[in-house]
Design a protein. Sequence first.
Length: 95
Amino acid sequence: MLLQHMIREFEKGNNLSRPDTVAYNTVLKGFANSGATKKAEDLLTEMVKKWERSKDAPKPDRYSFSIVGHAYELVFGKDSDQAIAAKKRLSDLNA
């Protein structure tokens, strides 16, 4: 995936390929639109962990969390156990 390529290049020292929050959100949206809720949540979790380790990493924003929460609602239904559990996990990540 392009985001992984950008990350690898940045880690090699190519500052021009540094992914930002918009790049992450674009991939999150792609996963969400394709119903890949687990991939979206995993990527968001990775993003949060990177930002917690280094404030130079892209910071997840309100939109990042909204994308993933909405994906679970679309796939499983707004009041489904899966969507409610996902929102709880996302809330814990955002704390």
